[in-house]
Design a protein around this ligand. Structure first.
Ligand SMILES: *Cc1c(COP(=O)(O)O)cnc(C)c1O
Length: 405
């Protein structure tokens, strides 16, 4: 996507605007499958909470992807987008037994992440194929040392509870067909990931009817220049070899599953905003844009650094700016950031706006959520209109106050 295309899209569809590049999503998908081409049975389940627009789900379905969902509503969206139930995985945490049963009745693969629900579900439905989410207590991000932490994490069944887990499975005679882990952090060090995988392999030996092993996700993508990213090719080489050896040992060709969100869609997205005002103070120059954390909350919530370009003046002289939103709160997107000179009316682009951006947007300050466009074959396709006043009123029920006489 070139700057002139992006500028044209903001003229056609207005700002702020989310734009996603279909080619980039495809190339990331192909990169991942290629890295694991030595594994006979590979399956990629797109973690749709990253970006859940139905058109994006359709695009990934066309490429052969399955879906990883975390709520019954995501399952419904996946079915609506045309996915077969068998292509959908359900990996919730902290949801009720009733919701899990409801999703199971739709023919979707369920993944259970605590012993209490496992025991209850296994007792009621011993024949249903179930996947178990393990917490290996390995942090795969940040540190180059293997750090066995996360003991307080709410996710998964602790690997230290394996004896109890095995006992529940034996007592209920339930049907365990898969094991799952998702460390959740950005994977910087492949060795740490492989170490966690060993824990999963070890646990897997306790179950005789496995069909798949799911290694979750957490692949890191670059957010700024010279940023580190997970070396997918290297991980592919090493994990494939180890996985194939495990299958031989286990005596069965298992399916290897990944459930990437960020890796597939983050870099494909750009968030385009217009500069409303340049405000000089005694300490800095503010660029105030026509958006806020109602549309993109990652910088404020996680301290994420989204690279910002001035696509109206890409070659301009660089100056330091604080880029801030229009919400009546401190909503700073970037502090002291070097950006080509900004004028009022310029269009800025936030990069890496594909994952966890629109999907975390809200109506705070009673602002509309923006439109979304998919850039495909050299054309912008509107895949979600921006909201209108009716959307703000939807489901609201005013009080039946008597008319003033
Ligand atoms: C969020 C989530 C993912 C995706 O994580 P990314 O970092 O976006 O790749 C995968 N699996 C589960 C269970 C998740 O909750």
């Amino acid at each position: 996507m070139q700057s002139k295309d992006l500028l044209q899209l903001t003229e056609q569809f207005g700002s702020p605007l989310y734009v996603y590049d279909a080619e980039k999503i495809k190339s990331q998908y192909n990169r991942l499958t290629k890295a694991f081409s030595k594994v006979e049975k590979l399956r990629i389940n797109y973690a749709m909470k990253a970006l859940s627009n139905v058109a994006i789900l359709q695009l990934l379905k066309e490429m052969g992807s399955g879906l990883d969902t975390v709520s019954i509503q995501e399952v419904l969206l996946g079915l609506h987008a045309g996915y077969d139930p068998e292509k959908i995985f359900y990996t919730p945490n902290g949801v009720s037994l009733e919701e899990i049963e409801e999703v199971n009745a739709m023919g979707v693969q369920i993944n259970i992440d605590n012993l209490s629900i496992l025991e209850q579900f296994g007792t009621k439905h011993p024949n249903v194929p179930v996947c178990i989410r393990i917490n290996p207590h390995v942090m795969a991000g940040g540190n180059t040392n293997i750090s066995v932490g996360h003991i307080d994490s709410k996710f998964g069944i602790s690997i230290h509870q394996l004896p109890h887990l095995v006992r529940i499975v034996e007592n209920t005679k339930m049907n365990i067909v898969g094991m799952h882990m998702h460390t959740g952090s950005d994977i910087l060090d492949i060795e740490v990931f492989l170490y966690a995988a060993e824990i999963l392999f070890d646990a897997a030996k306790n179950f005789k009817n496995l069909e798949f092993l799911d290694f979750g996700s957490g692949f890191k993508v670059p957010y700024k220049k010279d940023d580190i990213e997970t070396d997918i090719e290297e991980l592919g080489k090493k994990l494939s070899k180890r996985f194939n050896a495990f299958c031989t040992e286990y005596g069965k060709e298992l399916t290897l599953i990944f459930e990437p969100g960020k890796f597939l869609v983050s870099e494909a997205g750009q968030f385009l905003v217009k500069v409303n005002v340049i405000k000089q103070t005694t300490s800095t120059v503010f660029a105030g844009i026509d958006s806020g954390f109602n549309h993109l909350i990652r910088p404020m919530l996680y301290g994420s650094q989204h690279h910002i370009e001035n696509i109206s003046n890409p070659k301009g002289k660089e100056r330091f700016y604080s880029v801030v939103g229009y919400i009546c709160e401190t909503d700073t997107f970037a502090n002291n950031r070097r950006i080509p000179e900004i004028k009022e009316g310029d269009i800025l682009s936030f990069r890496n706006a594909g994952a966890y951006c629109y999907s975390m947007a809200s109506n705070y300050n009673s602002r509309y959520k923006p439109a979304e466009v998919l850039w495909m074959n050299g054309q912008g396709h509107l895949i979600r209109a921006h909201e209108t006043f009716e959307d703000l009123l939807k489901n609201q029920i005013p009080l039946p106050l008597a008319k003033k006489v």
